[in-house]
Design a protein around this ligand. Structure first.
Ligand code: AMP
Ligand code: MG
Length: 444
């Protein structure tokens, strides 16, 4: 039996394999409608299709003017109106001294103008004789800036090309697409975008005590093909494979959930083989501790597995295993994680170790764990020697985020885990974290 390694060493192994997976990335890009691209990883650079903004974009409703004309509070003659989406008529001369154009947010600043006087800072008047029989012809609108109001050239206008020049790199390949990236692609006129395929991941829960959840919500009929599995008092429902399915979906992967395997060499070997055949990554839960019927490592070893680590000095998650099974005639080498059976341990180790590997398999560059700093609400005492991830509640309603550990019965306490929204990280050399101390938290 190999001694467990430190959390830092385990992260190092995971990072090294993730980097190798990423650099070997030879995924074929496929095109995806922009509306379905959320959470996918971009496979090619997105370049600005033209200058952004493509014209000097007016950012306020008001009057396009020459800024120098505003210094004196004299009326300017309003010579026209420009709405958003309306071009400056091609034959029109540029705005001359003493002139203004009524203009709306989103319109292109007309030639000759260099700033926009906000409508709130202007007073409109009608000038000329209204007695005249040709009133319309002799009467004109004028606008007078508020007394003391000044304007500098460029005010309330975003210059053409100031956000990006035509051809400039806007999104790098390997970017996990969020709403902001999708907005940027749409602003370049794109309706589809090349993305990497989503990694497929096999999930295998192990344990003789596991029963598949199959109960309908009271009052609802079960789906026609689903049998209700009776559960005995000594059995538990398999929640891990559902937790992992959800975590994988969140991470942009495709979960392939198998039925739970028994703690028997034959059944376990069959199920593991099936999982390895199905996907380039297999996530197992349970059966990796030191119990007599914890057979996962034995079965994997019998398949020639190489183990990068078998146990990490962390809590939860100490029994976690990471390794690779060699290629066979019909498939490439397969990575696997043996996650602990305890549900909280399985979820925490997924976030810390599986997610970087998944990110690499997705072609995602620069993945980082979701960490933050927060003020600890109450003392935390632990036995040193293990890096701990304690279920906790982060309150961000105050100016400084505050974190409080939740009361828990340990790594099997799914109720406490659901009440929590993060994990406080306690370094392995630490026995107390004091109230008000700034601590690191792993966000969900
Ligand atoms: P093991 O790692 O197999 O020793 O399991 C540790 C604990 O986790 C035991 O209490 C198991 O019953 C529980 N456990 C194992 N697998 C699952 C699962 N798929 N869903 C929920 N609990 C599990
Ligand atoms: Mg077990």
């Amino acid at each position: 039996m190999v001694a467990p390694i430190s959390f830092a060493e385990a992260c190092f192994h995971v990072a090294a394999h993730s980097a190798a997976i990423l650099s070997a990335n030879a995924f074929k890009a496929r095109h995806c409608d922009l509306l379905r691209a959320l959470g996918r990883v971009l496979a090619a650079p997105v370049l600005a299709d033209r200058d952004q903004p493509p014209f000097p974009r007016v950012t306020r409703d008001g009057f396009a003017v020459r800024a120098e004309d505003i210094a004196s509070a004299t009326p300017l003659r309003v010579v026209g109106q420009l709405r958003a989406g309306e071009p400056w008529p091609p034959g029109n001369p540029p705005l001359a001294a003493g002139e203004a154009v009524e203009i709306m947010t989103g319109a292109a600043l007309p030639p000759g103008a260099d700033a926009v006087l906000m409508v709130e800072h202007a007073r409109e008047t009608l000038a000329g004789s209204i007695d005249d029989s040709s009133a319309e012809a002799s009467q004109h609108r004028s606008v007078t800036p508020q007394v003391g109001r000044t304007l500098t050239a460029g005010e309330n206008v975003v210059p053409r090309g100031s956000e990006a020049r035509c051809g400039e790199l806007l999104l790098e390949p390997g970017t996990r697409l969020g709403p902001e990236h999708i907005a940027l692609a749409a602003s370049c006129g794109l309706r589809s975008i090349p993305v990497f395929p989503q990694p497929r991941v096999a999930i295998l829960a192990t344990g003789d005590e596991l029963v598949e959840p199959s109960l309908p919500w009271p009052g609802f009929e079960p789906p026609a093909n689903q049998e209700k599995t009776p559960i005995q008092s000594h059995q538990i429902y398999d929640s891990n494979s559902f937790a992992l399915s959800a975590l994988l979906r969140r991470a942009g992967a495709i979960p392939l959930r198998q039925r739970p395997a028994l703690d028997q060499l034959d059944d376990l070997a069959d199920c593991i083989r099936q999982g390895l055949d199905a996907a380039p990554l297999l996530l197992l839960t349970g059966g990796v501790s030191r119990g007599k019927f914890d057979l996962v490592e034995d079965v994997l070893a019998s398949m020639g597995a190489e183990f990068f680590f078998t146990g990490v000095t962390m809590q939860p998650g100490k029994p976690v295993v990471f390794g690779r099974v060699p290629a066979t005639a019909t498939r490439s080498p397969r990575y696997f994680f043996g996650l602990p059976g305890n549900p909280v341990s399985a979820m925490v180790t997924f976030r810390l170790f599986v997610q970087p590997v998944l990110a690499a398999m997705s072609g995602e560059q620069r993945w980082q764990p979701n960490m933050a700093l927060a003020r600890l609400a109450a003392d935390l005492r632990v036995k040193p020697g293990l890096t701990r991830f304690l279920p906790a509640h982060l309150d961000t309603s105050q100016p400084v985020a505050t974190v409080t550990a939740v009361r828990t019965q340990g790594s099997g306490d799914l109720a406490a885990n659901a009440r929590a929204n993060c994990y406080v990280i306690v370094p392995d050399n630490c026995d107390v974290l004091a109230t008000d101390q700034i601590v690191q938290v792993l966000l969900r």
